[in-house]
Design a protein around this ligand. Structure first.
Ligand code: ARG
Length: 565
């Protein structure tokens, strides 16, 4: 519709091209101002006339078009009122198919997304929950646009901390305790190491020696490390399973341990390495950044070295057009350094292809969250708590559901509620965590959107002679709430593109709420199960399309749906 109006205006205005017209064309805030409005201020200079006069002249010279009901001039604006039947017909015929919103923009291109990436032997906390949820949603969004996406879990599974863990385990740990308590016990040992090392600094040397052994491939060291790794991964995977998240590659930092020597060599060959108190760094002062540390005094590689190796590996293996890194804002400098080093190594593509996607903190605002040993919060526990809270609500609202239906609905809605809360606000903003908000069936929440979906399902379930073929009487959909709903439906493809362009799942989350609200207004104003078949069919068609887009939108966020809740 917008394109059609741009075309009309383009034919009538000489001094602007279609693209400029499209940029100026607005959606007015009030319906009295029509569906689209074109402001004429910009033309005053070139045409040497007052904007209202220009508006009138252009309006008079516009060609008649059957998709326009009327054109009005209001001050300097030309207001376009769409022919509602035509609008309904266009939107319905576009959106009736399942592929509405999908596209091929990304065909033949690969995007790597590095997300989640928790640290072995540490708890999977609320921060990791956010990167997991954002990364997973970006994966879905890019896939919908036809991109090939490589989902990469860059586990924190290498580094001096494992030397410390080995020392702690050998001194104060037991096999039984680690087997029984897993990460919780590993964290206890890690804390204990630091307490003991304060009193006895030699332990630090021992830890370094053990990590050194790991780097040299020492069998005993690697065996213990691998055991801790397996235990941790098993716990992480439990959380992923609950969330419905999967990865294509679990290539953590340890994967690059044999690939950092060549990084050091390349940096040396290209004269980028400088000595700094025994360590090796890349000086970035020219770019207003602190130096990027590559090798420590003892010659061991670090986080950044492995990240550089990882970029090279990924570029060579996946030939990505973009590689996205979803982590907290506190890693901003780290990625700026790594990306700059890649550029200095002569990789022009690094400038546009490597993108850090930061996000804000989760602030708990005094909420009581269940904790295990040491008051540490695990994402898994939050998810389980959400499930049980939703279960109580469903039990009360819908006691007739079977036990299996209740189980399934609580899991999908509970997990979805937490995910939705993480994605509803711009990712850079801090997320506040409030149980009463998250689990509410009203307001801007996951359960609200899912509830609206279930409502659509139930409406359609109760009508048995409806076929979603789009052959309906469009004049029935010309009332205000139907038109508003059609406008929301019409936005979906652009929403997906905007979300991808801005790396911003919140665009989709907000849209899902807008669509659900528009549907609920339509539903309040219009009875669907009426006797007249043509009216019923038209309204069922809108319900059918809304239902599917709600499902697709939730899916883009990594959230499921249930038919009854
Ligand atoms: N393991 C890190 C953390 O928990 C995140 C890793 C992000 N990815 C990367 N390629 N550095 O903070």
């Amino acid at each position: 519709m917008k394109d059609k109006i741009v075309k009309l205006l383009d034919d009538a205005i000489e001094v602007l091209n279609a693209e400029q017209i499209s940029e100026l064309l607005e959606q007015p805030p009030k319906k009295e101002m029509g569906d689209y409005a074109f402001p004429c201020f910009r033309l005053a200079k070139e045409l040497h006339k007052a904007p209202p006069l220009i508006a009138k002249d252009i309006a008079d010279s516009l060609e008649q078009a059957d998709f326009i009901e009327k054109v009005e001039v209001l001050g300097a604006y030309i207001n376009f009122f769409l022919n509602k039947d035509q609008f309904a017909s266009t939107v319905v015929s576009n959106s009736i198919s399942d592929s509405f919103g999908s596209s091929e923009i990304g065909k033949g291109k690969t995007i790597c997304i590095d997300y989640s990436s928790p640290n072995v032997a540490k708890n999977f906390h609320v921060g990791h929950l956010r990167t997991t949820v954002i990364g997973n949603s970006l994966y879905k969004i890019y896939s919908k646009l036809g991109y090939n996406v490589e989902r990469i879990n860059h586990l924190g599974d290498w580094g001096t901390q494992f030397g410390k863990l080995i020392v702690a385990y050998k001194n104060w740990g037991t096999e039984e305790a680690v087997k029984e308590k897993g990460i919780e016990e590993l964290m206890r040992l890690y804390v204990l190491f630091h307490d003991e090392a304060d009193k006895n600094p030699e332990l630090e040397d021992e830890a370094r020696a053990w990590f050194h052994k790991m780097e040299l491939g020492d069998e005993e060291a690697l065996k213990i490390w691998k055991w801790f790794f397996d235990i941790s991964l098993e716990e992480f995977k439990r959380t992923y399973k609950l969330m419905g998240v999967e990865f294509d590659h679990y290539t953590g930092e340890s994967f690059y341990r044999d690939k950092t020597d060549s990084v050091v060599k390349e940096l040396t060959d290209k004269n980028l390495l400088t000595d700094s108190e025994g360590a090796k760094i890349v000086d970035l002062s020219e770019y207003d950044m602190s130096p990027c540390l590559i090798l420590k005094k003892d010659g061991s590689s670090i986080y950044a070295t492995r990240d550089i190796a990882a970029v090279e590996y990924r570029k060579a293996t996946y030939d990505f057009t973009k590689c996205l890194y979803v982590t907290g804002q506190e890693q901003k400098l780290h990625f700026a350094q790594v990306f700059k080093v890649m550029e200095l190594l002569g990789n022009e593509w690094a400038k546009d292809s490597l993108v850090h996607i930061p996000y804000g903190l989760v602030s708990l605002q005094g909420e009581k969250l269940s904790t295990r040993g040491g008051n540490v919060i695990y994402a898994e526990d939050i998810l389980h708590e959400a499930i049980s809270k939703i279960r109580e609500i469903i039990e009360e609202k819908n006691p007739d559901l079977s036990a299996e239906e209740k189980d399934e609905a609580s899991r999908i809605v509970g997990v979805g509620a937490v995910i939705f809360n993480d994605l509803y606000n711009q990712r850079i903003k801090d997320v506040s965590f409030s149980w009463s908000h998250i689990t509410s069936f009203e307001g801007e929440t996951g359960p609200y959107v899912q509830y609206t979906y279930a409502r659509c399902s139930s409406i359609l379930r109760n009508i048995d002679d409806f076929t979603p073929d789009g052959n309906i009487d469009f004049s029935i959909l010309s009332d205000e709430t139907s038109t508003e709903l059609l406008k929301e439906i019409n936005r979906f493809p652009q929403v997906v593109v905007d979300a991808a362009d801005r790396y911003e799942p919140s665009v989709v989350a907000r849209y899902a709420v807008d669509l659900a609200q528009a549907f609920n207004r339509f539903y309040t104003e219009n009875r669907i199960a009426v006797d007249e078949k043509n009216v019923r069919d038209a309204r069922c068609t809108l319900t059918y399309i809304t239902r599917r887009i709600l499902k697709d939108s939730l899916d883009l966020l990594g959230i499921g749906v249930v038919e009854k809740m």
